[in-house]
Design a protein around this ligand. Structure first.
Ligand code: NAD
Length: 712
């Protein structure tokens, strides 16, 4: 329930935004504010109006995102007309920024005649992060209230700034350390003279003219300034149209009268609202929030306390996971089988922190705290009292067995026992213990201290409170938790199999690694698949393939990746992989040796190599992902299509402006995808293109993945 509470403090009317948790500007709240303004205007005893936020930490978080795409968003009064209403108020309106003011919240405040802020309040216009620009006058008012370069940087980056850094300026008339409402009332008292007098009325009339729209912006050398700004965002501009339009709008604030600038802002806003990129980014925003909603888990589900964490295995993943927890303020003990392996692993962790310290991205005190938060041990007795233990030892079921049997013996009751396995059957791992309900998969992605994805693998017997705790933990360590069912590779890696298979088969028919990487990087992937393999180590995929050869002999494999590994070309770590590398340099250099190897393999297969277009590469890559995604969805491994999108964006460098593979599928249209897949099925190794039943079904019904729900 949202409301704008109206109270009188002597001659001052206070309108308090009440819409937990962030006072989002829903239609109800906007109507309430408008009604409050009207009431204050009509009351002769009211001399000034203060608008403030209910609750303690937020003035207003901006538009109500749940109204996006609904008629409510533009229903009267919309935010733009509310801003005009405030600006035209015959009585001065003072915003008391008691906390965060973002997006529409800051725009509303800028339409007020005065602003008093708490020094720590975060002020920002983050619309660009959703592929939009501030559409209620923000691009026109902010440059009139603070320095233009500052305003531009806030609007183009979307990053908030504490109020104390924005004063003194016309944006903030007063900044206080505490008691912002009291300060605002005191400020407003100047408009409520004890005794009316013609002189005071004159002062009042002059003062109330303080409207952002009336201020002019002066910027010598405006042309050079905006040229520079456009050049600075040029590398982004191809895939993200919003920053450029933000610059256009701010330029109008400088060069044009207010109302013309406002009209341009509106035009650009509507263009962005309709753009594919903004639709995708808004999808990602909602999908991220939806991922935390898991059937059977609610706010009432109990959560286990996690204060101390133990990690088994001080390798690549163990070290990164330890850092993720230490960074979030938890105490971590890392255990390895030998002192040598432990020292090596902790050494890597320390060097990682040292390099961040050297780059100035970590204070000395924080460096010491983080390094100090991670202890090492080789004795299981040392970790028995930890609330959570995460196993990150070799990817071998027998090694996992010895570890989990040991953990079952030493860990205190109700400790959560997690595995970071990438591919193994979590239910079998859980069965190594006498407490499968305490076992869950916590699948981190390398580098684990950086990559935002955490796949939370729900075993057949995982207890609801263990799952709820895992979701809460993900948030605590600033990861995006996505729940996955148990299968080989879970959501992300399972879908990767078909994708790699298709990319490798393309080598046989005519493409080269560098062409495939470039095509997919142009599509927006952070890195193409061959560069990724060289970074992760080709030997890892080799080991997985060897297991797959035994478990899935029926699958189609290209021989090229194995031949590469047989030559010891494991990637960057051996300075040779799909590419050549110079010592100490990560730049990937196309390799003649690899090219010859690929050509030889085509000849051996009796294939006449053909030109492969970039478009075909992208289609094959994406449709392979989407096809397996459809299976993952239909089997209930992923709870919903948008979870798959988040896995790929947060864990695999999938471009967010494409919305994730399943969102992308819906934009291409499933019948179109199916048609291409049928065409591929006619070509080389066409047997690898069996459409998933769900894809075929939805395509026939001309539906998309977004709204599909698994029949329960
Ligand atoms: P790694 O080889 O770098 O490290 C494994 C560590 O475990 C080594 O330090 C080793 O000494 C230690 N170890 C082995 N047996 C042990 C035992 N019985 N008791 C205690 N310590 C033992 O491996 P990694 O890349 O960190 O992978 C670890 C796990 O994480 C695997 O299950 C892997 O599938 C998974 N994983 C890896 C990645 C990745 O990109 N490397 C990503 C996600 C998940």
């Amino acid at each position: 329930m949202a409301s704008a509470d109206y109270t009188l403090h002597g001659a001052i009317a206070v309108i308090t935004l009440e819409h937990a948790p962030v006072n989002a500007l829903s239609l109800e709240l906007r109507s309430g504010i408008a009604a409050g303004l009207e009431r204050a205007a009509a009351a002769p005893e009211v001399r000034a109006i203060v608008i403030t936020g209910g609750g303690t930490t937020t003035f207003c978080g901006g538009a109500d995102v749940s109204e996006f795409g609904t008629p409510k968003m533009s229903a009267a009064p919309d935010l733009r007309s509310l801003c005009v209403l405030i600006e035209r108020s015959p009585k001065p309106v003072i915003a008391a920024l008691n906390g965060t003011a973002l997006g529409g919240g800051l725009e509303l405040a800028m339409a007020c005649h005065y602003r008093i802020a708490l020094a720590s309040a975060s002020l920002g216009l983050p619309e660009v992060k959703l592929g939009l620009l501030p559409g209620a006058g923000g691009t026109q008012r902010l440059p009139r209230l603070i320095a233009v370069d500052r305003a531009l940087s806030m609007i183009v980056s979307g990053n908030p700034v504490p109020a104390r850094d924005l004063a003194p300026s016309a944006l903030l008339d007063l900044v206080v350390e505490e008691g912002v409402l009291g300060a605002a009332l005191e400020f407003a008292a100047r408009f409520a003279p004890e005794q009316d007098s013609p002189a005071k009325d004159a002062l009042l009339a002059r003062d109330t003219l303080k409207k952002a729209r009336d201020r002019s912006v002066s910027l010598p050398n405006a042309e050079a300034f905006f040229d520079f700004a456009r050049a600075a965002i040029a590398p982004l501009a191809r895939n993200y149209p919003a920053p450029k339009k933000c610059i256009d709008a701010v330029e109008a604030a400088v060069l044009k009268p207010f109302d013309e600038g406002l009209a341009l802002e509106r035009e650009l806003f509507v263009e962005l609202l309709m753009s594919e990129e903004s639709r995708a980014l808004r999808h990602v925003f909602f999908a991220t929030r939806t991922a935390a909603k898991v059937p059977g888990i609610s706010a009432d589900t109990p959560v286990r306390k996690v204060r101390s964490v133990a990690i088994i295995g001080a390798g690549t993943m163990g070290g990164g996971i330890a850092m993720a927890f230490a960074n979030a303020g938890l105490e971590v003990t890392v255990l390895d089988a030998t002192q040598g392996a432990l020292d090596k692993g902790l050494g890597v962790v320390r060097r990682n922190y040292e390099s961040t310290l050297k780059k100035g991205r970590l204070s000395q005190a924080e460096f010491e705290r983080r390094v100090g938060a991670i202890r090492g041990s080789v004795a299981y007795e040392d970790i028995g009292s930890a609330d959570l233990v995460i196993e990150a030892v070799f990817e071998d079921l027998e090694v996992k067995r010895t570890v989990f049997e040991r953990l079952d013996a030493v860990m205190k009751p109700r400790a959560i026992l997690a595995s970071n396995t990438s591919t193994l059957d979590l239910n079998r791992i859980a069965a190594f213990t006498r407490r499968p309900e305490d076992v869950v998969g916590l699948h981190f992605f390398s580098p684990a201290n950086v990559t935002r994805l955490l796949e939370i693998v729900r075993g057949a017997r995982t207890a609801p409170d263990v799952l709820a705790t895992s979701l809460a933990l993900a948030k605590q360590i600033k990861k995006i938790g996505v729940v996955s069912g148990v299968c080989d590779g879970f959501i992300g890696n399972r879908m990767l199999n078909g994708f790699f298979q298709q990319m490798q088969l393309l080598l046989d028919v005519g493409a080269l690694p560098q062409q495939i990487d470039r095509a997919l990087e142009n599509f927006g992937f952070m890195m193409g698949p061959f560069r990724v393999s060289d970074l992760a180590g080709n030997d890892i995929g080799w080991a997985i393939r060897k297991r797959h050869y035994l478990e899935h002999p029926e699958r189609v494999y290209s021989r090229v990746p194995d031949r590469l590994c047989e030559l010891g070309r494991f990637g960057q770590k051996t300075q040779a992989g799909w590419y050549d590398y110079k010592p100490g340099d990560r730049a990937a250099i196309p390799s003649d040796l690899v090219t010859n190897m690929i050509l030889e393999e085509s000849a051996r297969l009796g294939l006449t190599r053909r030109a492969v277009s970039d478009e075909e590469i992208v289609e094959r890559a994406l449709y392979a992902l989407i096809n397996e995604g459809a299976r993952v969805l239909e089997e209930g491994i992923a709870l919903r299509a948008s979870d798959i999108d988040i896995v790929y964006i947060a864990g695999y460098g999938f471009p967010d402006f494409r919305g994730g593979p399943m969102f992308y599928a819906d934009t291409v249209g499933l019948p179109n995808i199916l048609r291409s897949m049928r065409r591929f099925a006619q070509g080389y190794r066409g047997d690898t293109w069996t459409p998933a039943p769900l894809l075929t079904k939805l395509a026939a019904e001309n539906r998309g993945f977004a709204r599909w729900e698994r029949p329960s």
